[in-house]
Design a protein around this ligand. Structure first.
Ligand code: ATP
Ligand code: MG
Length: 203
């Protein structure tokens, strides 16, 4: 309910594949909930798939085979759905760009930023060597393996793209380092950015 919203943050959390976004956000949501905030993790791709299922799509991979126009509509429907959620803190887990033959495609073009209206933009980063290790060790996913130099380059592109999103939306951007074996520290930092003066969450 509108009146019960005390904090009301809508944070977009991005980072290159395997950096640990989902891991860090999941823990941050637990921390915020323990401090009495109604926090929710929203995976943008999952909401898009839920919208796609309404259009008869049965598998996630089918979305990529839809026309550009249909995919755009799906993204917009997902953004509208997320914008209508009324939790105190909504953390949106998404990708900032995808690499194509034409160049880097923004995952958050202006029309989606205008619908999502983020209050915070957060980049999860880590050392390239550690990201490479995480991609190689994570057997639950099929990831494109590249070398450390390429990962360092992806991180650079991510910083540039997030800075552009910050200028377009007016939302502040922060970078959270997810150091090896120290998920809780990164989650704590993320939670503090969104707790708005809540005692205990901030340290
Ligand atoms: P994607 O963009 O592909 O969804 P992601 O950024 O959400 O990736 P996760 O799936 O959260 O990444 O994490 C990738 C792997 O790295 C997982 O196996 C996870 O357990 C591990 N991991 C995450 N953070 C750390 C950390 N601080 N130290 C060690 N391992 C980590
Ligand atoms: Mg993830």
């Amino acid at each position: 309910m509108e009146g019960s919203r005390i904090n009301n943050k809508r944070a977009i959390v991005v980072g290159i594949p395997g950096v640990g976004k989902t891991t860090v956000i999941t823990r941050a949501v637990e921390m915020l909930s323990m401090h009495g905030l109604n926090a929710r993790l929203v995976v943008f791709g999952t909401v898009m798939f839920e919208e796609a299922m309404k259009m008869g799509v049965r598998h996630r991979d089918e979305m990529r085979r839809m026309s550009v126009e249909e995919q755009r509509r799906l993204q917009e429907n997902a953004a509208l759905k997320i914008a209508s959620m009324s939790d105190d803190v909504i953390i949106i887990d998404t990708h900032l760009f995808i690499s194509t033959k034409e160049g880097y495609y923004p995952g958050l073009p202006l029309h989606l930023l205008n619908l999502l209206k983020p209050t915070n933009l957060i980049l999860v980063a880590a050392e390239p060597r550690e990201i490479l290790g995480r991609r190689m060790n994570d057997k639950t996913r099929q990831r494109d393996l590249v070398d450390e130099g390429e990962i360092a380059h992806e991180l650079e592109i991510a910083r540039i793209m997030l800075a552009a999103c910050s200028i377009l939306t007016g939302a502040p951007f922060a970078i959270v380092m997810n150091r090896e074996g120290r998920v809780d520290e990164a989650s704590q930092e993320l939670a503090s950015l969104l707790a708005d003066g809540r005692r205990g969450v901030e340290q």
